[in-house]
Write a protein that binds this ligand. Sequence first.
Ligand code: ZN
Length: 216
Amino acid sequence: MKEKDRYEEFLCRGCGASLKNSTTMRRKDTPYHICKTCGTAQCIYKDLKDLVTSNNASEDRNDDHQMEERFSRMEKYSGYAKLVMDYGCGNGQLAGYISSHGVPCFAIDTHNNSIIEHIPDGCICSISMVEVIEHLIDPEATIQTLSRLLRKGGTIYLETSTIDALLRFGEHDYIDPNIGHITILSQFALCKISENSSLDLEVINPTSFIMRKPSE
Ligand SMILES: [Zn+2]
């Protein structure tokens, strides 16, 4: 199949609409398809194994001040959590920070992702997912899995730069295949993914969100 045909059959990772006739922008010689329905920018790699992701980060990416802000947002919007899972933990910096503040937290990344299959439904209070969703090929499938693990009223604390925020602040460098940013969702798409995963989306700020599982 010619590359062009493959793209035309592709469905948007944000909203499921066809990407046929979508507009394209090139970043580092890689085409990103912009969904006409939801605005999500997404690139299709021939070989996703070539991707470099922040999961490979070996050094701490965030200072203590950022960790503190993140943790206080999680506490504010998620309430007191008895069990947190940091999904896409990288080197485990955030999970370590949360644990050191007395909240049991375990960390998941590609090396131990299969643990998720053994976690019973509805037992996790809060999931953090910081700068992870933009690396995913199927963000909705991941959020649906995480939603299943949450107890009623539980939350996913999610940070990502949406396409809306990037365009507003002119930060186009974020759209970069070399750092594994393959799916830049729009806020509309985040809303749609939440809805399809039986979660309610709350916007904290342009780059921080809560997905909440209804209490009833
Ligand atoms: Zn879309």
